[in-house]
Design a protein around this ligand. Structure first.
Ligand code: NBG
Length: 844
């Protein structure tokens, strides 16, 4: 165990010349870069690869944030500050290099240094393999929150899993999605530092025993079947232009005893390393789920693994700081990002009681005060539950604890709601309807002091529907925390041209105080400003057009309306409704080639979960429609359909700024919040959307007149379903819709093959859970208004500016402030940097 010195190290000398590892001038950056190329990469320039250059630059930047990082940790340790621990199975960080340059305020200097060395700076930024340790919005939200916590000087630490393989890489072959392994660590990761000296052990399987301890108390001991080591890997998270650099601590699994000497000596080489292989499997791969719980043993093992490592790590921090464990909840506010870390309820109880001898009642009080839970979904199939067989085999001790929590909890309900057996069985932590399951959302609700949804509508629906019983029992626990996104990554880094224009008008205060964007409203009537705004959008669209030509081989017109839907592919998000619109326009052209059409480029991006057949078929449909539409001479290039493969954070940064229209068309009541909707709008795109998730609040902020609204509302959806929804009726009674469906069904996009899209067509006609057919006409009418509006470019530009100007609310800084005030009770702590100096070190 490492000890932390009680005193800050006082040998910090005073600066005389710029040090190679900390200096920020162009000359020093060049020197440092060359130094790292030689001493870290071990290469002369003439044989260095692009990756060597990237690594040399990355180390140059990392050096420059280490002092802030270590000083932050030291400051927080010495002041014993209250700290947020953000537990998340996913962190979709995106590339670090550009973001760190922005936070350090040396983006331009680094660019100049690299350019003067004769290298292509943008190519080096592109070289970084992003850590794709998440599926989509939930993981990216966690990453935005880390950025905001650091930028607001909130003592915080993100805890997660260091998956060796992140979300799969997506290729498109013959229109179909093909997955391949994401080997992001192949060339090393310059941003992380492993800390094997702080490894912890995690138990799995086995059985429990009772015993009496030296004080005569009845205790429980867990005899595991297996013990796995968790090794922490730390990545610095530097706040924007502040001294605070917090930590993302990701756990990697390793065998406790990696080499079995007995087996080796007996000649069984395979068995000698077998244990190592089995243990390391634990953190090999991220499950590419999309809002469906799968109940896989390895997944549950991953959850207990990272939760146990993280809680033990927090305990070690307390112990090192001399804080009694009874004060755990005073030191740490632990946020459960969805139910993936919900096992923390039982694990914290177990650690406090079994490992540290604390009594049940005290342990329970500590647990509830420590934990809080964010729900991220309304889809019933996404609510995690674990089969009893699996759970008891892997976590026998946790099951006992959960039974005890449940029995006390059910007593509580009986007292408050006497004679209500139906309520008891609905709320129980154990689902006993058929095969028995542990319900993780219920465990999270019972074990936390706060429960929140991620947009106003979503939080309301949780109270009325998914978690209604819990709301009736503990109304005081519930609140809403509307999601936000970081403007540092999604404006400053992704859209430097717009950033410069905005800053030239209103200064750069908006980057930390996004509400300041409102000042842009003063320029809406300034024709020059509008022209500049338009020129920038066009230039960005031109860049994306060049990329599309390179990758997809399709020519697109940058002056056409860029209509983009980029997000995970899922039936509830209704990418196929977007396709129905494309085919509607195509049919109009086929009926009359001279019909007026506002030229549009339809762009899609997103991955489908590998096991989700319908989502993959939707990708195939998009590509098939593209093949026909893009090549039909009647279309005369007025419509183009492009599917951009391998959508990830790096790529998203390129896409958001290029959109004119952002498609947010999920069925009302299904999308918890959405965060892409915010990123598009900040970058001046208009939204076509339903009253779902955060769209509702975006529309409130930007003004109803500046938002293209269509579709059923949530109550209307409930009502329609209650009275018996019949999609076929819409098909029969709407000629345009019928023509669209018929064109797909008759093989119009599959060379006459009527089978290929049949699963999709028949789902729409006879089931249509996501009410595409019910919303079709409203969507088409709204799209026609969009096309009309786009013709008036001056007017469109006004709306675009107003969309950006009114997005202040959707900064993740605002979300984090709300969490701090209402749930975490954590305050900012300023970090002072003692100046780093060489004199006196003997180095000068
Ligand atoms: C997703 C929701 C989105 C939401 C993000 C972040 C899951 C389980 N949920 O609507 O679908 O924006 O979470 O809160 O990934």
């Amino acid at each position: 165990m490492q000890t932390v010195p009680n005193q800050p190290i006082e040998c910090v000398p005073t600066v005389v010349v710029e040090d190679d590892r900390t200096g920020l001038s162009v000359e020093t950056l060049k020197r440092a870069f060359q130094d790292n190329l030689f001493y870290i990469q071990g290469k002369f320039a003439n044989i260095a690869t692009q990756n060597d250059y990237y690594m040399a630059l990355a180390y140059t930047v990392r050096d420059r944030l280490l002092r802030r990082w270590l000083t932050t940790a030291e400051t927080h340790t010495h002041q014993g500050v209250r700290t947020v621990a953000y537990l998340s199975a996913e962190f979709l960080m995106g590339p670090h290099l550009g973001n760190n340059l922005i936070s350090l305020g040396i983006y331009d200097e680094a660019k100049q240094a690299i350019t003067e060395l004769g290298l292509d700076f943008d190519a080096l930024l592109q070289q970084e393999e992003e850590p794709g340790l998440g599926n989509g919005g939930l993981g990216r939200l966690a990453a935005c929150y880390l950025d905001s916590m650091a930028s607001l000087d909130i003592p915080s630490i993100g805890y997660g899993i260091r998956y060796e393989f992140g979300i799969f890489d997506q290729d498109i072959r013959d229109g179909w999605q093909i997955e391949s392994t994401d080997k992001w660590l192949r060339y090393g990761n310059p941003w992380e530092i492993s800390r094997p000296e702080w490894a912890v052990e995690v138990k799995l399987g086995g059985h429990t025993e009772r015993y009496t301890d030296e004080h005569g108390r009845n205790r429980t001991r867990w005899i595991p079947h297996e013990v796995v080591m968790g090794i922490p890997y730390d990545t610095p998270i530097l706040g924007y232009k502040t001294n605070t650099a917090t930590t993302l601590r990701l756990w990697s699994a390793a065998a406790a005893e990696s080499f079995d000497f007995a087996a080796f000596n007996s000649g069984d080489y395979f068995r000698a390393v077998q244990q190592k292989t089995v243990s390391e499997t634990l953190t090999k791969v991220l499950y590419p789920n999309d809002e469906s719980a799968q109940g896989k043993k390895l997944r549950l093992a991953q959850q207990i693994f990272f939760v146990s490592c993280s809680l033990q790590d927090m305990m070690l921090i307390l112990i090192r700081q001399g804080i009694p464990l009874e004060q755990f909840h005073e030191k740490f506010a632990v946020q459960l990002n969805d139910t993936h870390p919900a096992i923390a309820v039982a694990e914290l109880m177990r650690l406090l009681m079994d490992e540290h001898g604390i009594e049940w009642d005290t342990a329970w009080r500590i647990t509830q005060k420590t934990l809080s839970y964010t729900n991220h979904t309304l889809l019933p199939e996404a609510l995690e539950r674990w089969g009893m067989g699996l759970f008891s085999t892997l976590l026998p001790r946790h099951l006992e604890i959960i039974y005890e929590i449940n029995s006390q909890f059910l007593d509580d309900i009986r007292r408050k709601f006497p004679n209500d057996d139906a309520r008891l069985s609905r709320m129980s932590l154990i689902d006993e309807a058929g095969e028995r399951y542990v319900r993780m959302a219920h465990l999270a609700c019972v074990g936390s002091h706060a429960i929140n949804g991620v947009a106003a509508l979503h939080s309301e629906l949780l109270k009325q529907d998914v978690l209604r019983d819990f709301y009736e029992l503990y109304p005081e626990k519930f609140s809403n925390k509307t999601n936000g996104v970081t403007p540092r990554r999604f404006m400053v880094l992704s859209n430097p041209r717009l950033t410069n224009l905005i800053t030239s008008k209103i200064g750069d205060g908006w980057i930390k105080h996004l509400d300041d964007l409102r000042k842009l409203e003063a320029f809406v009537e300034d024709a020059d400003f509008r022209q500049q705004w338009r020129d920038i959008k066009l230039a960005i669209k031109q860049d994306l057009a060049t990329y599309i030509k390179q990758v997809n081989g399709i020519d697109v017109d940058p002056t056409s309306l860029f209509d983009i839907q980029a997000k995970r592919i899922h039936e509830y998000k209704r990418q196929h409704l977007d396709v129905l619109h494309i085919i509607t326009l195509y049919n109009r052209i086929k009926a009359n080639p001279d019909v007026h059409i506002t030229p549009r480029t339809f762009i899609f991006g997103g991955k489908a979960a590998p096991g989700y057949f319908m989502a993959k078929l939707i990708i195939k449909l998009i590509n098939s429609v593209g093949d026909v539409v893009n090549n039909d001479p009647d279309v005369r290039d007025r419509l183009k359909v492009v599917f951009l493969k391998d959508y990830n954070v790096k790529f998203a940064q390129r896409v958001y700024p290029a959109a004119d229209l952002s498609e947010q068309i999920s069925l009302a009541g299904k999308e918890a919040s959405g965060t892409g909707n915010m990123k598009f709008s900040m970058n001046g795109s208009l939204t076509i959307g339903t009253l779902d998730g955060a769209n509702v609040e975006i529309r409130d902020e930007v003004g109803a007149e500046n938002f293209f609204l269509f579709g059923l509302t949530t109550p209307e959806v409930y009502e329609l379903k209650a009275k018996g929804y019949n999609p076929y009726h819409y098909y029969e009674s709407n000629l345009a819709l019928k023509a669209v469906i018929d064109r797909i069904a008759s093989g119009g996009f599959s060379n006459g093959d009527t089978n290929l899209f049949n699963p999709l067509v028949s789902t729409l006609l006879y089931k249509d859970d996501y009410l595409l057919l019910a919303d079709y006409q409203s969507y088409i009418d709204c799209q026609d208004r969009v096309s009309q509006t786009y013709l008036d470019q001056e007017y469109w530009t006004r709306l675009s500016i107003l969309n950006s100007a009114r997005m202040g609310k959707f900064s993740s800084d605002r979300s984090i402030r709300e969490y701090c005030e209402d749930i975490w009770y954590v305050k900012p702590v300023a970090v002072e940097l003692k100046e780093y100096v060489q004199a006196g070190t003997g180095l000068a």
